[in-house]
Design a protein around this ligand. Structure first.
Ligand code: 13P
Ligand code: SF4
Length: 331
């Protein structure tokens, strides 16, 4: 076990070979039962993982599940900050993720020491942080928000309340444009959402003039101004299902198309084009795609890598996340 832990520390995941003849889905199901585990997955992970998850959702839904589950072990197929949020909310449960290297450009954009110095410049401001940040940043924040409740939480605060918004400047700008509030923004961005190409998008819209363009608020302003609808991943999915329209261009990570196509099989769902000529001609999060069935199986079998958060940080971070969960109930 010691050698395994050393290896996990070195490479970030359990690097044990998985036999070719193994039925991974059946084995994952067996381990889930045996270990009383719950598998939580974000819409951006691979379709095969979404299909076996106990719950798939956006960041708000996933944190609500993590806070309320009865399972003994939470297996989080998403990225590191999501596993951390689960541990913050459920400290007595074991939280494991398939690959510790699954980070997030937004979380990485806000190192705690630099953010603390930034915050110190605005002593009369409160800090609202997008959930895509580290536990250390959550501990420095007053309220956490997600893409599905950020607008409403900002609107619920007194008009004269001064606000720092971190780490996503694009989501922050979207909120400023919608609410007219003057917030101080930390300059972070999601590498996936800022890579959507306006030029290619316009060409696609000419090809499909009937299509509705829907987008995530992590996209840049010059993309969002063209959107017929802006929302979190869950809101975008709901829009596709509920809308009488038949064709959609989707401006977010392409993993969500899996669920959209399952939920609305007769509709035409097209990913918004990325500026780089990657293989799928769409936007893929390299971190989310680090979750594979093999790593998921190994992480359930060996219960590694485990997410741990120092208790002093956890307690402070929990207060800001719980404030969000509490505020979300009345919004
Ligand atoms: P939501 O699923 O909460 O909309 O967040 C999107 C995202 O980028 C997660 O990393
Ligand atoms: Fe982070 Fe962007 Fe990947 Fe979401 S899609 S995990 S915000 S890098």
């Amino acid at each position: 076990m010691e050698a395994l832990l050393e290896e996990v520390k070195r490479v970030g995941y359990v690097n044990e070979p998985v036999a070719d003849n193994i039925d991974l889905v059946a084995e994952i199901n067996r381990l889930r039962k045996e270990k009383n585990a719950v598998i939580l997955a974000h819409y951006y992970v691979d379709g095969a993982i979404q299909d076996l998850a106990d719950y798939i959702g956006d960041s708000l839904g996933l944190s609500q599940q993590a806070a309320s589950t009865d399972a003994e072990m939470i297996v989080f197929c998403g990225v590191h900050f999501m596993g951390e949020t689960a541990k913050i909310l459920s400290p007595d449960k074991k939280v494991v993720i398939p690959d510790l290297n699954a980070g997030c450009s937004l979380a990485d954009s806000a190192p705690a020491d630099k953010f603390a110095a930034f915050k110190a410049q605005y002593p009369d401001h409160i800090v609202l942080s997008y959930i895509n940040c580290s536990a250390d940043i959550k501990a420095l924040s007053d309220i956490i928000v997600t893409s599905s409740n950020a607008l409403k939480i900002v609107e619920s605060l007194p008009k004269d309340q001064k606000i720092i918004f971190a780490p996503d400047a694009n989501l922050g700008r979207f909120i400023i444009n919608k609410t007219g509030r003057d917030m101080v923004l930390w300059d972070g961005a999601c590498i996936v959402h800022i890579d959507i190409s306006l030029e290619k998008l316009q060409a696609l819209r000419q090809k499909y003039p009937e299509a509705k363009f829907i987008a995530h608020p992590e996209c840049q302003e010059h993309i969002l101004v063209h959107a017929d609808y802006v929302g979190s991943t869950t809101a975008l999915l709901k829009y596709v299902v509920d809308s009488p329209e038949q064709t959609f261009i989707v401006g977010t990570e392409a993993g969500i198309l899996h669920k959209m196509r399952q939920a609305a099989p007769h509709k035409k769902i097209i990913p918004a084009p990325a500026s780089q000529n990657n293989t799928c001609a769409c936007s893929e999060c390299p971190y989310m795609k680090m979750n594979t069935l093999e790593k998921l199986y190994n992480c359930m079998l060996y219960e590694q890598p485990e997410i741990l958060v120092p208790e002093d940080v956890r307690v402070k971070a929990e207060a800001s996340v719980l404030r969000m969960l509490e505020m979300s109930k009345s919004l």
